[in-house]
Write a protein that binds this ligand. Structure first.
Ligand code: GLY
Length: 350
């Protein structure tokens, strides 16, 4: 097992390793003062891991309740959020009590936002069961729900009290969902770590789960500790996301986040190579690695349509967008870019 400690507005450990789900109860109890725990999960995940999570909590002497919602981004709404708050009130959770978010990014975002709001804030533990949640959404305290106007438009920064990443849970992931998480892993390598990039090139999809997740989490930990509230360095985590979000939204979310980010990464790498920002060789390696992981690297959606959705993203500030540009593998910069230039950038990258 590896442990990574985050020292942000709340200090907490991220534990990564095999068999950790069975330690959930003792781990939660060790956080202190808790009596009741509500497990928040979704319909696909709970049957796999819910009973073991609940048993572990109960064996530790904790009183448990369960809130399960239908799997999928379509559930990350105000309606589900209010249902969850009402369930917490009905279960009479108090200020010292906790939520356990058992699942992928949708569960973590929704449960985290409920924890941030219920009784003006209670503690929560993230138990990510997808690769994407393990390396990204469970770490760093971004919580949110979607509004009809767009994804993640209502939320809060609220750090968890613990992240327990049991790598065994990834064994039951459908390969397609595992690949989605790989897009974020490749993103970290392009952003910060040429050695990790090389490791992924050599190992392919068989990379060592525990060490690679730990490395990604360490990288994210460093960013979150430098810029918890996303006003500077944390923006770099949006590498591939500006056009990726546009493509994901244009597909009406039929194309997953990971695959959309993969296309966004390839687009920005190709643009950077064409503009002389990075070498053609680095661009080819990025695109080849995405392809080796079975991820898409282009789309047929018209540029105008992608742009329309990309520009409704909340990260736009006035007439510029902060694009993240690779100068080399492991070296990226934040480039405030006039909106008027995005069309030619996208055309150069597709
Ligand atoms: N997922 C990007 C961030 O946590 O900032």
């Amino acid at each position: 097992m590896n442990t990574v400690t985050v020292n942000a507005s709340r200090r907490y450990d991220i534990r990564i390793g095999s068999g950790l789900l069975s330690t959930l109860g003792e781990s939660v109890k060790a956080l202190g003062k808790v009596q009741k725990v509500c497990i928040v999960s979704e319909s696909n995940v709970f049957p796999h891991f819910g009973p073991a999570a609940q048993a572990s909590l109960q064996e530790a002497g904790l009183e448990t309740s369960v809130f399960i919602f239908p799997a999928g981004e379509a559930s990350k709404t105000g309606t589900t959020f209010l249902e969850l708050l009402n369930a917490l009130a009905q279960a009479k959770l108090g200020r010292q009590d906790m939520l356990v978010a058992l699942g992928g990014g949708v569960v973590g975002d929704l449960a985290g936002f409920a924890a941030a709001c219920y009784l003006r804030g209670i503690r929560f533990v993230q138990v990510p069961t997808t690769l994407l949640a393990a390396v990204d959404s469970s770490v760093g305290g971004k919580t949110a729900i979607d509004l009809p106007a767009g994804k993640n438009l209502a939320g809060a920064f609220c750090q968890p009290s613990l992240v327990l990443c049991d790598t065994d849970t990834l064994n039951t992931l459908p390969e397609d969902i595992f690949r989605d998480g790989c897009a974020e892993v490749i993103k970290y390598a392009v952003l910060y770590d040429p050695q990790l990039f090389h490791q992924l090139e050599s190992a392919g999809l068989d990379f060592d789960r525990e060490s690679v997740i730990t490395r990604c989490v360490e990288l994210k930990r460093d960013v979150v500790m430098e810029d918890e509230f996303d006003t500077g360095a944390r923006m770099k985590l949006n590498l591939g996301h500006t056009f990726g979000h546009g493509i994901e939204a244009r597909s009406q979310f039929a194309l997953s986040h990971g695959k959309s980010v993969a296309i966004g990464l390839a687009v920005i790498a190709r643009f950077c190579a064409a503009a002389g920002v990075c070498s053609r060789g680095d661009c080819q390696r990025i695109v080849a690695l995405l392809e080796a992981f079975g991820l898409p690297v282009t789309t047929r959606y018209p540029t105008e349509e992608i742009l329309q959705y990309a520009l409704s993203d909340k990260k736009r500030s006035g007439s510029t967008v902060n694009l993240i540009l690779p100068r080399a593998i492991g070296d990226c910069v934040i480039a405030p870019t006039p909106v008027a230039q995005l069309k030619s950038i996208l055309q150069a990258g597709l």
